[in-house]
Design a binder for this molecule. Structure first.
Ligand SMILES: [Zn+2]
Length: 180
């Protein structure tokens, strides 16, 4: 997908030119990556990979479950995952002192029970209007091992970003590398 600013005239393009660095910086902030910016006769554009885009439908789904299904201390965070076939799967955490699973882990099991074994994106939203929550360390490791290419929607200073799970776990232990 191309995003950018279009102009009808060469003068308009000249007027936009000084904005390139700021736009590039803004774009880097949004997607956490550097992408080439192109100037064309129609304006300034850059390509935003579909997989870098935030799946707002997913955020909404998790938010709805968090708002409607949070209950006491037991179920306080909802997760929504996008399966490869397009389905959205939702689940809630199961809090318990023995180490009940977070919502991200619950949604992996729920998806499996529905025959969805490839997940492309996941997001967790806290009940009580806590918004998008980052996965804990354990969930980052599990997500990486189960779905190395999955993107996790996180909130960075109020901006939602779809981040590859590997970016959330630098220098990660790769479980499959150590199995004989
Ligand atoms: Zn977790």
């Amino acid at each position: 997908m191309d995003i950018g600013i279009a102009t009808e005239t060469p003068e308009g393009l000249d007027a936009l030119r000084p904005l390139w660095p700021a736009m590039l910086e803004h774009h880097r902030h949004l997607v956490g990556a550097q992408w080439p910016v192109r100037g064309t006769a129609r304006g300034i554009f850059w390509t935003l990979g579909k997989d870098m885009m935030v799946d707002y439908e997913l955020v909404e789904a998790a938010g709805r479950v968090a708002a409607e299904c949070s209950r006491g201390d037991e179920h306080t965070v909802a997760a929504a995952a996008r399966a490869r076939d397009g389905r959205i799967v939702t689940a809630m955490n199961v809090h318990h002192f023995t180490g009940g699973p977070c919502a991200e882990l619950a949604v992996i099991g729920t998806a499996a029970a529905q025959g969805a074994h490839q997940l492309d994106a996941v997001v967790a939203v806290g009940g009580g209007d806590r918004g998008v929550m980052p996965p804990c360390g354990r969930c980052r490791q599990v997500l990486l091992d189960y779905f190395p290419a999955i993107r996790v929607i996180v909130d960075t200073d109020g901006v939602l970003r779809a981040v590859p799970v590997a970016e959330l776990l630098p220098g990660a232990y790769i479980w499959s590398d150590h199995q004989s």
